[in-house]
Write a protein that binds this ligand. Sequence first.
Ligand code: RB5
Length: 143
Amino acid sequence: MSEDVIALASDHAGFPLKEELKVVLQDQGYPVLDLGTDGTQSVDYPDFASAMAEAITSGRAGRGVLICGTGIGISIAANRHRGIRAALCHDATTARLSRQHNNANVLALGARVTGPDVAKECLEVFLNTGYEGGRHDRRLAKL
Ligand code: RB5
């Protein structure tokens, strides 16, 4: 079922972390859709944010993880697409609140600023925290 599918995408700076997180997800039994990039050769992060937006809005994946050097460029690019709520998270608290308050459907990470252990913790929390709804529905409707 595509709702269960987790899409992953990164630029060159995020590639090694993407590969690490892919293993984590596969070990936990998640179906993974890898949208690239496929190596450390320089690429443009907006292209991978667009691929993520297409995968989620078309229903090929339910949630996603985007990674660049800081997480800033790729989250800015992703949030230009209707239906994408990409949250740049730096720790378990921001990952938890991105789900509870913002119903984020994309976790954005910065591979040059967030270490792999913290990134894995963010991913775990992001995947296992629900949206609270209630007053937040009104705010999301204004996005
Ligand atoms: C690539 O050098 C770097 O600019 C990119 O990964 C990202 O950090 C942009 O926001």
